[in-house]
Design a protein around this ligand. Sequence first.
Ligand code: MGD
Ligand code: SF4
Length: 767
Amino acid sequence: MGKVALQITRRSFLKTAVAGSGGLALAARHVRRVAASALHEAGVPDAWFYRGEIKSTYSVCDMCPWRCGVIAQSVGDTVFKIDGNPADPKSRGKLCARGQGGVSFMYDPDRLRAPMLRTGERGEGKFKEVTWTEALDAAAEKLNAIAAEYGPESVAVFGHTAGDFWFADYWAQAFGTPNAAKPSSSLCTSPREEAAKFTYGFPIGGHEPVDWDGVKCLTLIGSHIGEDARNTVMQDFSNMAARGGKVIVVDPRFSTVAAKADYWLPIKPGTDTALMLAWMHVLINENLYDAGYIAEWAEGFDELKAHVAEYTPEWAAEITDLPAELIATTARVMAENAPQSVIMPGRHVTWYGNDTQRMRAEYIINALLGAVGREGGFYFAKSPYIEEYPHPPFAVAGSSGGCSAEPGQESAELPTGPSGKARADGARTTFLRGSTAMQELIEPMISGEPYPIKALIVSGVNLLQSVPMVERTLEALKQLEFVLVIDVLPMEHVAWADIVMPESTILERYEDLSTVAHKTPYISLREPAVAPYYDTRPAWWMARELGLRMGLEKFFKWETVEEYVDTRLATIGSSIEKMRASDGIIIQKPKAYFADFGATSPFHTPTGKIQLYSHELELAGFDPIPTYEPVEEPPEGFFRLLYGRHPVHTFAKTQNTPLLSELFAENEVWLNADVAKTLKIKDGATVILENQDGVMSTPVKARVTQRMRPDAVYMAHGFGHNAPGLSRAHASGASDTQLMSRYVLDPISGGAGMRVNFVRLTKGSAK
Ligand code: MGD
Ligand code: SF4
């Protein structure tokens, strides 16, 4: 009976649908209601799309920082589905698995639900729920007291995820602390940004400017497309591979993308600069470089030629553990396809502490290939034009160092607070410019040098899973006078907060516009599909409410973020209303190739030319041309700890997401099969890793494979959560961060080289 009712209803829907598009929406709505009631009567579980009017909302995925445009489909107060926004240049109507997991992230039953005040010892995780007024009043009072005694610089702000702007940029600058930082800088991209500034005069920005449509040869150095699952990059890579493009992969592991490559170079970890110096040698010695391009757009070629004269493929073969012939052949393949031939800058490039120089080597090769600014090479990414919200000058100039940028963007000097104190992370870095070194801000929390940091606001950063030297971070958390955590989930560091403020997820909140430096610069709207769940709030609201209680009202004139966004949009003749009518996206005119710059140089170096030889670096006491510096070898019986991504997870954020946890619940440690045989470790056996300082991992399964070099092991980052409130992720797999009891600081960019830890394996007890 129920089935019949359903069939009749579907038939009548189709009949109505073909009757004419004018009445279609109304008819569809009516039919859905009829169908829903028929289903209810029949006791059949009803499909979501029959439950009422479907609302489509434009927003941007926040399951990773790639920022694909989405359309969320909701009925009433429930989001049922998200799709890629076809008008969005990044998603192009598609989402990756993690993006599809966005709805599941929002419905995670483990979410933080109400503001809380600590009742037990720090780290014990004992809290009582309070009202927002109580939480905000208490936070404002404590922060004001600390600022009055030690100055606003004594408050550090760490921010990440889509809402990081509100605390780590807007609030921090209004309040007057220069000590605001994002992990996406010194734990990820800062070496590639700084290297690009020294070489090309502009940073790379959030979106790698590979001109995919025309690329004929792509070289990847420790960058594993497919496991690093950025939606558009995977689409572009597949298209390029389908066109027959050549792929060269340099990786100690036979990664997913290595399996698709024409050439796989299983390099000895830490020797990539030697390989690249030899590639330069071949390109120059065999006259394979683009001489016309170099003459017109670069300087320092003679010095470079002299520098690489001795770096033959045979020299590099000894160091890299790669055949000399393979080194020479791959250089020739790159050149044969130039200028549609690029080394794509990897994203997470903080490896060994000499990372800015390694990234400079990549950029110099791209210049020798004549690829920069050419179709099918690297385009010049441009930020979209839109004004900021008008506010009085901030107490601190310069931002927390995110990574969107464009040709011509100035490198910021180290920002200073109102009392003239520079950012505290500069103390150990000699050439830090625009990037922030988040991990360097932990030290002043303990030592008080160069000046004390007494309070910490952590907004969307998984402090104990993302920052190396976990013991040091815990020490800092013990010593701080005040810790405010803004998060969605009860991650481990939440237990260390004095006050917890639960944030709504991206599908429940407005955000500032997303502005993307891109081949087609564009702006996307981020609107809520539903009202915030539980007693959660967006970060913009928290930052404003805190600001109003701290005497910062002149910076928070706007009442709502819609007003804030609309004011910005008015500067380009648009509005939220107009954006809704244009698929949530505004695309602006590109400025992608040389021809778009007329007589001006797109390179914003001191001379307007690509710096093959950097006088700036030389003056600061660094090598003006990259040199190979050997890295420390693993001690006897130890392996280098390498780490990377899993395609259905992002950082340490998604392991508890119900849908994604179902797809991949725990990480494994990849171990070379011959080594495993010697150690008598079988595939799937439970092992424990112990690092050079005696730090032990939680039990983790061994993946015995020939796809790994014998001198290193590999694991996916973000697992081994130690927070009991994470019902799925708790104690699943092992944490790579936990095993990073040291890092090597890149003195140029402030990056924390994390591939300098070693582990040995013992058989562990099963969980
Ligand atoms: P996640 O681990 O994803 O990234 O470092 P993090 O920025 O710390 O943690 C994000 C946090 O934000 C989680 O606590 C999550 O619950 C919370 N969150 C999620 N959504 C929201 C929201 O809407 N609002 C708020 N307030 N919170 C939210 C990433 C960093 O880690 C980066 S960029 C890189 S590239 C490095 N990668 C890396 C690595 O590969 N290995 C190791 N060992 N360390 C690494 N550190 C770096
Ligand atoms: Fe979301 Fe995937 Fe796009 Fe990242 S790449 S923004 S997770 S859809």
